[in-house]
Design a protein around this ligand. Structure first.
Ligand code: SF4
Length: 307
C-alpha cells in the first residue's frame, strides 16, 4: 500500500487534514473540495465557518473531522470575526493564516456586506466560497448564486418555483474591490485548485477563491459529482481564472467548450431551464474574460502580489 502511494505521489492518509467520519451526503462536492483545500492550507491555519452544511460536516456531534482549529460563527459575522482573529494572532506574533470557509449564502447574500467590508479594509484573510448555488443545508433554497430557471425547493410545490434571477457574478464583484487576489477553482482540477490555495496562502491582505461545488440537491446521482464539476468547467459555464490586484486577469484552464446540455442533463434542477439563456451568458462571459486577460502584459506592475 505504502509503495503504491509513493508511486502515485500521494502522502500517507495520516497526514490528511480532513478525516473520514464527517457527515456530509454521499456525493457531496463540497467535502471533496474541502479535503484538497485543507491539505493545501496545511496545519498553520485557523478555519472560520459560518452557518452552512460545513457547520455540520466539519465538526459532527462532539468531534471534529479536521486537524486544524475550527470556529463556528453566524452568517453575517464571519468575515469581521476572521479579520479580528487575524489581528489578534498578529498581535501575539503568530503567523497562522485565517481561512473563512463560507457557502454562497454567506458570501453572495446574507453575509455580503461583511465580505465586501473585509475586502475594502484589505483584511488579512483568505475567503474560500464553497459555492453550491443555493442554501442547500436547508434543503435547496434559492440564493443569488442559483442559476436562472433552476428548480429550487422554495415552497409547497418546488416545480412551480424556479430561480428567478440571474446568477450573480461574485468573482467579478470581488475583483472590482481591487483586492490582492481573486480566483475561481474546482475540485475536478486538483492541481489548479491546490496551486491557487498555495499562492493565496503566501500572500498578505484580502484573498478570495470562488469554488464551485456540486450538491446532491441539484438532483444528480452521487457518483457523477466530480464529473459535473468537470463539465461545469469544460462547457465554459464556470471558467477557471485568477485576478491579481483587481487588474491582471489570467485564464488558468482552456475548456473544451463541450455542449452545455451535457452539464444540464445530468441534474434535475435544470430540466425546465431555457438553456439558450445560459449559453448566451457563457458566450458573453468568455468574451469579457478574454478581453480582460489580453489587457495587461505579464510584466504589469502589481502592487499587492507577494513574490
Ligand atoms: S446538502 Fe449538498 S452541500 Fe450539504 S452536505 Fe449534502 S451534498 Fe454536501
Amino acid at each position: 500500500m505504502d509503495a503504491a502511494l509513493q508511486r502515485l505521489k500521494i502522502g500517507p492518509f495520516a497526514e490528511d487534514l480532513f478525516h473520514p467520519g464527517h457527515n456530509a451526503c454521499p456525493g457531496c462536492g463540497s467535502t471533496t473540495a474541502l479535503r484538497m483545500v485543507l491539505n493545501a492550507c496545511g496545519r498553520k491555519c485557523v478555519f472560520v465557518v459560518p452557518a452552512s452544511c460545513a457547520s455540520l460536516y466539519f465538526c459532527p456531534s462532539d468531534t471534529s473531522a479536521a486537524s486544524v482549529p475550527v470556529i463556528h460563527t453566524v452568517f453575517a459575522g464571519a468575515f469581521a470575526e476572521a479579520e479580528g482573529i487575524a489581528y489578534g494572532l498578529r498581535a501575539q506574533g503568530r503567523e497562522e493564516n485565517v481561512v473563512v470557509w463560507a457557502g454562497d449564502g454567506a458570501c453572495y447574500d446574507m453575509g455580503f456586506s461583511g465580505l465586501s467590508g473585509a475586502a475594502v479594509r484589505d483584511a488579512d484573510i483568505l475567503v474560500v466560497c464553497n459555492d453550491n448555488e443555493g442554501y442547500q443545508n436547508t434543503g435547496g433554497h434559492q440564493s443569488s448564486a442559483t442559476p436562472q430557471d433552476a428548480l429550487m425547493q422554495n415552497g409547497y410545490n418546488p416545480d412551480d418555483l424556479v430561480g428567478s434571477s440571474r446568477r450573480k457574478d461574485l468573482a467579478e464583484i470581488m475583483a472590482s474591490h481591487g483586492v490582492p487576489y481573486v480566483a475561481t477553482a474546482s475540485a475536478a482540477y486538483p492541481e489548479d485548485l491546490s496551486a491557487k490555495v498555495t499562492k493565496a496562502m503566501h500572500m498578505k491582505g484580502f484573498r478570495f477563491i470562488l469554488l464551485l461545488t456540486p450538491c446532491v440537491t441539484w438532483g444528480y446521482e452521487s457518483r457523477v459529482s466530480v464529473k459535473l464539476a468537470r463539465l461545469a468547467v469544460e462547457t465554459g459555464y464556470f471558467p477557471l481564472y485568477e485576478v491579481d490586484a483587481g487588474v491582471r486577469y489570467r485564464i488558468t484552464h482552456e475548456p473544451e467548450r463541450r455542449p452545455f446540455e451535457e452539464f444540464a442533463q445530468l441534474q434535475k434542477r435544470l430540466r425546465r431551464a431555457d438553456l439558450r439563456i445560459a449559453k448566451r451568458e457563457i458566450v458573453q462571459k468568455w468574451e469579457d474574460l478574454r478581453f480582460k486577460a489580453s489587457r495587461y502584459p505579464e510584466q504589469f506592475h502589481l502592487r499587492a502580489v507577494a513574490g
